[in-house]
Design a protein around this ligand. Structure first.
Ligand code: SF4
Ligand code: SF4
Length: 442
């Protein structure tokens, strides 16, 4: 193993992973109802196939992909469609969703289905099977996985980079997947290598997960060129560009994708999910979620049906502890605060973190003192101080010239700012504002 594989800049927030790092994954019972938003992935939302009153079995398709950059949604439980309408979405908006009353007496057995043998399929057929199964990136990105598997003809991919970094504080979802299901991760890698026509895979895991590195090493398939590399513990090590640089020394230029430097990146949980699709014939119906934080009585790693509501999951984890003040989906650095306990877990939900006043206290903001800490922290070498000044003035077009598109909203600049300026939040608003202005101008 090479020493100190990492990237330049970044930050070292407290990890807080000890709450759940050693806690085995357990299955949450089916809740009384499931909420399935039609928008759970990047790209066009899925198109509705059911109506109020319909009976659905576990695994039935309730909405179909609307185009290539889209995936279907499947019922994660047997039951009946109670309602279709606007419902709180984890992104803070109200979004169209299907509300299913769970059949408490159902054995939850899916309809008989054909299990596709991937060895006998062409890459195109595998890509279609992955789309049909509704698989998206489970590391939080929610990008439809099949889209990444069809690089254009003028691009040559030679390496599959497997993302097991999980650099967000508190989260141990990928960690437990690697420790408990390493063979499944390797099976997913095997299917991906076959589909992409690539012979080499590198799995990157931060060194704060020695048991995950050991499990993946112990189960390495002898006939594949797969290596497991320990990475320096640093945020945001799990970002595609950082990971590629650390593992391959290749730089993805601004505005380009990993495939332009010969790399496809897949998250470990996504690969385990792909393996499961071809092992069971079932689409993506459930996922591992870390439910944790100082504001929760019983921190856990759970397999939950997609569509389970926050309140049901927290209830299963013993409820809120004294002093709980904020619930965040996805981790404290990049996660989204959840104002509504009825919002559901969607395919991309990696974790639910319950914070107390000590971690989420609103902090007074002061003027910029030009200390430069944000420049030293930014992993993509932007000038967050300048971008912040432009954002405050609403000068979004000038932010674009200052390379706002390269900002990945990682939160490093906000984290180090002694003036408590919410830089990355301002940049997120600026990106949304720019998009709106462009749509209005079109
Ligand atoms: S949020 Fe954007 S500007 Fe701030 S450190 Fe991350 S990439 Fe750089
Ligand atoms: S870290 Fe904050 S105070 Fe320091 S230069 Fe950046 S924006 Fe200004």
């Amino acid at each position: 193993m090479r020493a100190r594989l990492s990237f330049r800049h970044g930050v070292h927030p407290p990890e807080h992973k000890e709450l759940t790092a050693g806690v085995a994954v357990r299955r949450m019972p089916y809740p009384d109802e499931i909420i399935l938003p039609l928008r759970q992935h990047t790209g066009k939302p899925a198109r509705l196939l059911v109506k109020v009153g319909d009976r659905v079995e576990r695994g039935d398709k309730i909405a179909e992909a609307d185009g290539f950059v889209s995936v279907p949604i499947h019922a994660s439980s047997a039951g009946s469609v109670r309602d279709i309408g606007l419902w709180p979405h984890p992104d803070g908006s109200m979004a169209e969703a299907v509300r299913i009353t769970v059949d408490r007496f159902s054995p939850q057995i899916p309809r008989p289905r054909i299990i596709p043998h991937w060895e006998g399929l062409t890459p195109d057929q595998i890509v279609k099977a992955v789309q049909r199964a509704g698989v998206v990136g489970l590391g939080g990105a929610s990008f439809p996985t099949h889209v990444k598997l069809l690089p254009p003809d003028d691009v040559t991919v030679d390496t599959l980079v497997v993302n097991g970094a999980e650099c967000e504080p508190y989260l141990t979802t990928d960690h437990r997947v690697m420790v408990e299901y390493p063979e499944r991760v390797h099976h997913g890698i095997r299917i991906m290598l076959h589909t992409l026509g690539v012979s080499r895979a590198i799995i990157g895991v931060e060194r704060n997960k020695p048991d995950a590195i050991e499990a993946l090493d112990r189960t390495l398939p002898a006939d594949l060129d797969v290596t497991v590399q320990g990475l320096t513990v640093k945020y945001p090590q799990g970002y595609e560009k950082m990971l590629i640089r650390a593992l391959t020394r290749r730089e993805v230029p601004p505005g380009k994708l990993p495939m332009h430097v010969g790399v496809i990146v897949q998250n470990v949980a996504s690969l385990a999910c792909i393996a499961e699709v071809f092992e069971t014939g079932l689409p993506l119906l459930e996922r591992v979620v870390t439910v944790t934080g100082p504001g929760l009585r019983k921190p856990s790693n759970l397999i939950v049906p997609v569509g389970s509501k926050i309140r049901d999951i927290l209830g299963f984890c013993g409820g809120l502890a004294d002093g709980a003040t904020e619930i965040v989906f996805g981790g404290p650095m990049m996660g989204a605060s959840q104002p509504d306990l009825d919002a559901p877990v969607i395919k991309s939900t990696t974790g639910i973190v319950v914070l107390t006043r000590a971690e989420s206290r609103p902090r007074r903001t002061y003027p910029c003192i030009r200390c430069g800490h944000c420049l030293d922290a930014c992993p993509v070498f932007l000038n967050p101080s300048l971008l912040g000044v432009l954002a405050q003035a609403g000068r979004y077009e000038e932010m674009e010239e200052a390379d706002l598109a390269t900002c990945m909203l990682c939160g490093c600049c906000s984290y180090v700012c002694p003036s408590n300026i919410p830089l990355s939040q301002m940049f997120a608003l600026a990106k949304a504002g720019l998009q709106r202005r462009k749509q209005q101008a079109a």
